[in-house]
Design a binder for this molecule. Structure first.
Ligand code: EPZ
Length: 421
């Protein structure tokens, strides 16, 4: 297994290109199942999660070709006749559940393995199931699989999510595009990845309004045609790399970054003493006056502070002036980076969904363990400013969501390398 080795203490200078959004691409790819015609996705990120989704779609009978070194995905579901998403693939990535809605819309049936829990939480599927049932499907849980059927096709309905689940919103919108009649989706998630999915579906001929708000209206159509769509920039990669100069010092320009994608995150950076300046090509980030101030953070659905940036923000606050309180309200177990940061000398107390971080003057490099995707990168960020060497093990977590993080940071002066064991 590879590991990442960081020698701390080098302020950063330079620019980092931001890739296409993993969490947009993982919802866009299953949309191919909604049409018999080719779907082309450009600006796709080169990540292991994308390769997992490729394998899953191919197992369903779709053709997926990665071109231009994986930046362009050519998808076609002309021959896709298998409605069964197998456990062996689904267990590797929760986002596999995003084939549920498209399979139901295409075949009138779907058999999708439950993804199982993951490091950050149990991650049930009840909201997805309730939404599919509201659209007229019958859903049974048998042998660890969701068996969904709608032999006469899905029917438009008023669907209200008990919680604004991102994945359930995406599954429902995709399923409703081919349902008979109109669907009004209430308490929908508002994340930019959903806006991007709707833009692609609209290019395929879907009739949808309200994306980015809590109510999305979908007028079902008989069929969708092919399209070419550019994947939106990855706001979580963007936020992650904005924290690199905030933690290590120096100044970095994030190329392709868009402030509109970041919601409350930028306000919190400003409060902490970090300047964020739009430029002709993206966003420039640096500390305002050398010090970082403690801030309180509560993770919320968009446009609140993103849960996917909580671990990275904690890495910044470990050496801030004062005490910061971070409340994780989206997932039940998303502080596993805390004990690893503590190994580096951080002062963090975790009680349930709340972590209290008392700033210390500096962290010390140490061998640490990556436990999940965003925790992994928070440890690398912490290592950028820590005294001495930090070794982050199990970086396969990292490669799920970040393209060659060591290359991007090294290009800005970080002393970082990947070591294969
Ligand atoms: C998406 O996951 C993202 N993944 C996650 O990013 C992100 O953290 C999450 O949204 C929240 O923003 C992708 O887009 C591929 P949810 P998703 O359904 O859709 C509970 C990353 O690091 N819930 O909005 O699975 C759930 O357990 C990943 O890139 C139910 O209880 O998130 C969680 O506590 C991690 N029942 C909360 O809702 C359900 O049926 C939010 O989940 C569905 C969800």
């Amino acid at each position: 297994m590879d590991k990442i080795v960081v020698q701390g203490g080098s302020p950063l200078s330079g620019s980092i290109p931001i890739a296409g959004a993993k969490n947009a691409c993982l919802a866009l790819m299953p949309a191919t199942l909604l049409s018999e015609e080719p779907l082309t996705l450009t600006n796709a990120p080169r990540l292991s999660d994308i390769r997992t989704m490729t394998t899953l779609l191919q197992s369903l009978g779709a053709e997926v070709s990665l071109m231009q070194d994986g930046k362009v995905l050519a998808l076609s579901s002309h021959g896709a006749d298998n409605p069964v998403a197998d456990y062996e693939i689904v267990r590797k990535m929760r986002a596999s559940n995003l084939v549920l809605g498209p399979l139901l819309a295409r075949h009138g049936e779907a058999v999708v393995s439950l993804p199982g829990g993951c490091a950050i939480g149990a991650r049930p599927m009840d909201i997805h199931v309730a939404a599919m049932e509201a659209l007229g499907a019958k859903v049974d849980l048998r042998d660890g699989y969701l068996h969904a059927s709608a032999p006469g096709g899905l029917k438009g309905a008023v669907v209200e999510l008990r919680f604004a689940s991102v994945g359930a919103t995406e599954n429902t919108v995709m399923a409703a595009t081919l349902a008979k009649g109109t669907t009004v989706l209430k308490n929908a998630a508002r994340e930019p990845e959903i806006v991007d999915l709707v833009r692609c579906l609209r290019a395929m001929g879907a009739q949808i309004e309200g994306e980015g708000t809590a109510t999305i209206t979908i007028q079902g159509v008989d069929r969708l045609h092919g399209a070419t769509h550019k994947v939106v920039a990855d706001r979580i990669e963007l936020g992650t790399y904005m924290l690199a100069p905030a933690i290590a010092g120096g100044e970095v320009e994030l190329l392709g970054g868009d402030l509109d994608l970041l919601g409350a995150f930028c306000e919190k950076l400003d409060e902490a003493g970090i300047s964020v300046t739009p430029t002709a090509h993206g966003i420039k980030v640096a500390r305002k006056n050398g010090r970082v101030s403690a801030v309180d953070v509560v993770t919320e659905i968009f446009p609140g502070f993103p849960t996917d940036l909580q671990a990275q923000m904690m890495a910044l606050l470990c050496t801030a002036d004062g005490v910061s309180v971070l409340e994780e309200k989206i997932f039940e177990n998303r502080f596993m980076h805390a004990p690893e940061l503590t190994r580096m000398g951080a002062n963090i107390e975790v009680h349930g969904g709340t972590a209290t971080v008392t700033g210390v003057p500096f962290l010390k490099g140490a061998p640490v363990m990556a436990t999940d995707l965003r925790a992994s990168v928070s440890l690398i960020l912490a290592g950028l400013a820590a005294e001495g060497e930090t070794v982050v093990n199990r970086v396969y977590h990292l490669d799920r969501g970040y393209e060659r993080v060591e290359d991007k940071l090294r290009a800005c002066g970080a002393k970082i390398e990947r070591v294969s064991e």
